[in-house]
Write a protein that binds this ligand. Structure first.
Ligand code: ACO
Length: 431
């Protein structure tokens, strides 16, 4: 016997409306309110989208209460342990883990798009040397639409594919160039015999004056950081990409919008803010003072790297990141790093504090990533560009999914208008 479709009833001023209830493969049911305004002349109110599903998606699933993150069904800890970033890129973009032939072909295609148009070097040189690398990245990625006209037609599946590969391939080159430019060193061209993470490290840290050999331990740690940041379903930057794309904007413009959104300290900028905070705390004995400040309603200070809109439990990425921080610092012989000591003690004390326990505030992915990146030699200003580099594949996967959806509509939220009602214009002499 066929199941009766679920519905929800909404009664307004004595009149009842039946709303369809959609059932996902995982997660809570979703009330379909698309026809509500037409039928009942009301809007729903949900600033910050705390209870609103804005799209269908089959890419990433998060259970924030259980601390679960799945990409195409695979748990993030298994991917971080057993897979590597380009394989995860393939998984996100195409839905399945690749066969040996498929990954070889994918790696070949990505590797052969790592260089950027030579004229873009001049574009970089237009920025001030002291520009934040994120500022440079927003500009340069947006400018890709001016350099790659042959992959901006979103109606053409082949151009969409080329744009996707270009973005995944060129983002490390662009991020490394933004860094090199900011420190006044020459740009380093990509090397196609290196894997994705090693190539990025080399483009950041090698100089023409001497040979640079990539440390495989650091390259593995870098790859894991990329994997842990690859996608996170409908977060602020991904939703920004989707909203930009809903108007039919080209992929490079959409990804530039995502980078801009990621930059904020409440989102991708938290890794930079977190390391700066840990350094400001400086020693374990100052932790109580900062915990008190984070709890004080009259002080805007928050513990950076703590709390998450969706996770009300451990961020599963933070667990892997913490383990990675231990490994990297030990291998580099700096396990007594004072910032790591402060981070571990701060985490322990916050998790024992009723304020953080009651509000379900746990460390997020950014709590430990900065410590690893710092140990690798990156300045704090590069933390968010590295996040943007890694998240690009998530944005692109979500963008591809969205524009192939026949239900695609331009994103257009409504509002609860609280301004003055209609009034007549007053001539200046009478005001
Ligand atoms: N330190 C102290 N208190 C906090 C923190 C924190 N880090 N985070 C949340 N709270 C408190 C808030 O003051 C609020 O208290 P109240 O209910 O008494 O007013 C309560 O917890 C809920 O906080 P909201 O801001 O309403 O929660 P929201 O889901 O909107 O915010 C966010 C999530 C933005 C991540 C927040 O926890 C935060 O600002 N954290 C620090 C920044 C950070 O680490 N961001 C990275 C997020 S992960 C990522 O983007 C990769």
């Amino acid at each position: 016997m066929a199941e009766t479709p679920k519905t929800a009833s909404l009664t307004i001023d004595g009149k009842t409306f039946e709303l369809p209830v959609l059932t996902p493969t995982l997660g809570p049911d979703v009330i379909d309110i698309r026809k509500l305004y037409a039928q009942a002349n009301v809007f729903t109110y949900d600033p910050g989208f705390t209870s609103t599903a804005a799209c269908d998606s089959a890419i990433t699933y998060i259970d924030g209460d259980a601390g679960i993150l799945l990409h195409r069904g695979y748990p993030i800890d298994q991917l971080a342990e057993k897979s590597h970033f380009l394989e995860v890129c393939f998984l996100l973009l195409y839905g399945e883990l690749p066969t040996a032939d498929q990954i070889e072909d994918f790696e070949y295609r990505v590797t052969n798009h790592t260089m950027i148009h030579e004229q873009m070097h001049n574009f970089f040189r237009g920025f001030r040397r002291d520009a934040h690398p994120m500022a440079t990245m927003v500009g340069v990625v947006g400018a890709m639409s001016a350099f790659y006209h042959d992959s901006t037609d979103i109606a053409d599946p082949w151009q969409r594919e080329v744009a996707s590969i270009r973005l995944v391939a060129k983002m490390p080159t662009i991020a490394a160039m933004a860094y090199k430019y900011s420190i006044g060193q020459p740009f380093v061209y990509p090397r196609n015999d290196l894997d994705y993470a090693s190539n990025f490290l080399r483009m950041c840290f090698s100089v023409p004056a001497e040979e640079y050999v990539v440390n495989p331990i650091l390259s593995r740690a870098m790859d894991r950081i990329f994997t842990l940041h690859a996608d996170h379903e409908q977060n602020a930057s991904t939703s920004t990409v989707r909203l930009a794309s809903s108007s039919g904007a080209n992929p490079f413009a959409c990804i530039a919008a995502g980078i801009a959104c990621l930059w904020g300290p409440a989102h991708g900028g938290a890794n930079q803010a977190c390391l700066e905070m840990l350094r400001e705390i400086g020693s374990v004995d100052r932790i109580p003072e900062f915990i008190d400040r984070a709890k004080d309603k009259n002080d805007p200070f928050r513990l950076m790297g703590f709390g998450h809109r969706v996770y009300k439990n451990f961020d599963p990425r933070a667990k892997v990141m913490k383990q990675s921080a231990d490994e990297v610092l030990e291998l580099l012989g700096i396990e007594n790093n004072p910032t790591l000591q402060v981070a571990k003690e701060l985490e322990k004390r916050a998790l024992e504090d009723p304020y953080f326990v009651e509000k379900k505030l746990y460390p997020n992915v950014d709590f430990y990533s900065g410590i690893i990146l710092d140990a690798m030699g990156f300045p704090t200003s590069m933390f968010t560009p590295i996040f943007a580099l890694a998240r690009t594949v998530g944005w692109i996967s979500q963008w591809k999914e969205q524009i192939s959806d026949p239900q695609l509509k331009i994103g257009r939220p409504r509002q609860l208008y609280q301004g003055v009602t209609q009034r007549d214009y007053i001539d200046v002499e009478n005001r």
